[in-house]
Each structure stands twice: as C-alpha cells, then as structure tokens.
Design a protein around this ligand. Structure first.
Ligand code: ATP
Length: 185
C-alpha cells in the first residue's frame, strides 16, 4: 500500500485540496491519500478546533471512497505537530506501507526548515503539487492547481461573502452549522 500523507491545517479544507488528492490517485502516484489535520500548528497559527477540522476533512475526503482516509494521529501525539514524529508513528502503526508526502509547491522552500528534515527526506519521498502563484513552478510534479487558499476563504466568510465555489458543499454545511470563521446567517 502506497500512502500519500497529506498534512495540513485544513482550516477549512477546500476544492484545491480535493484536486490535489484526486491527482495523486488518478495518476497512480498513490493507492490512498491519508489526510492528516495538524493538532496545533508548528508555527503558532491559531486554528479552528481539531474536531471541527477533522470532521471537515472527513467530508472533503469522502469523494475518494476507500482511497481516502482521515487520520487522528497528530491529535494522538498531541502538542505542536511535527511531520517527522507523525511519519515515524504512522510507519510504526502501518508496517508494510510506504509513504510519500503530498505537499503544495508553496512548501518546497519551507520544508527544509522543518524539524528533522534530513531524516524525513531519507525515509519518504515528496510529491509536490503545483500551486498557482507559488515560486518556481518547474519544481512541481503536478500541473498548477488554482490559487485557492484557506486563508482567503476564512476572510471571505467573515465578510459574509459567498464561498460555495471554493469549499465542498458538505464542508460548508459544517461551517454553517457550527458558525465557524464568523459565519453569518
Ligand atoms: P492557509 O491559507 O491557511 O495557509 P492552505 O490553503 O495553504 O491554508 P493547508 O491546509 O495549509 O491549506 O494546505 C495543506 C496542503 O495542501 C499544503 O501542502 C498546501 O501547500 C497544499 N495546498 C493548499 N492549497 C493548495 C492549492 N491551491 N494548490 C496546491 N496545493 C495546495
């Protein structure tokens, strides 16, 4: 089983996340995409509660059927999320599986500053998803995906703007039901 580990804040998950997961499966880069919402952000970003982001990931990943899965591993480890710890724990729990790290092109530079980056790159390969607006498009493995971001979605929701083009409908139902990001009815 080749698992693409897809980590992120997912605050909230959006359609470009779904496109990235679809690309990994459709082009046979992976057998399964494992969405791994972070527990707390390593660089101190304030996030919606873990259980909300987990639930929204479940809804966003559902279209993949058994080729999609959402993990609580970073909640189980606790504290600030670190990719190396997550990867080591998952390798321990799922012996026989191989892992690649699915990341957006905006993280290509940043990843070298992750704790344990050298060890991470020894034990897992990266699959880089192109992202419109990200530097050095030639480094990506996939064509560039649209410049959708959770940050702009949160801002638009807080201003009462329509985000139904950008957020999966089932995710938006959860945002609405929980009044996340300053949702106004
Ligand atoms: P934020 O705006 O809060 O930083 P984000 O939209 O980048 O959020 P994350 O949850 O941080 O979303 O992203 C998880 C992963 O998906 C990261 O590897 C990120 O680079 C990638 N990703 C997110 N949006 C895109 C996109 N539009 N195109 C390609 N990759 C993306």
């Amino acid at each position: 089983m080749r698992i693409a580990l897809f980590g992120g804040s997912f605050d909230p998950p959006h359609v470009a996340h779904q496109m990235a997961a679809l690309w990994a499966i459709a082009t046979a880069r992976a057998d399964r995409v494992l969405w791994v919402p972070c527990h707390r952000h390593a660089f101190g970003k304030q996030l919606a509660e873990f259980h909300d982001r987990f639930e929204m990931c479940v809804r966003a990943a559902a279209f993949l059927g058994e080729r999609g899965e959402v993990s609580r591993v970073e909640e189980q480890i606790g504290g600030e999320s670190r990719t190396l710890m997550t990867l080591l724990r998952l390798r321990e729990e799922r012996r026989g599986a191989s892992f690649t790290l699915l990341i957006g092109a905006d993280l290509v530079e940043e990843r070298t500053r992750w704790a344990g980056y050298d060890e991470i790159s020894r034990i897992a390969q990266f699959l880089v998803i192109g992202r419109q607006g990200a530097p050095r498009p030639g480094q990506a493995d996939s064509p560039p995906l649209p410049a959708v971001s959770s940050t702009s979605i949160r801002a638009r929701i807080s201003r009462g703007e329509d985000v139904s083009q950008l957020v999966p409908a089932a995710v938006l139902d959860h945002v609405r039901a929980r009044g996340l990001y300053g949702w106004r009815t």
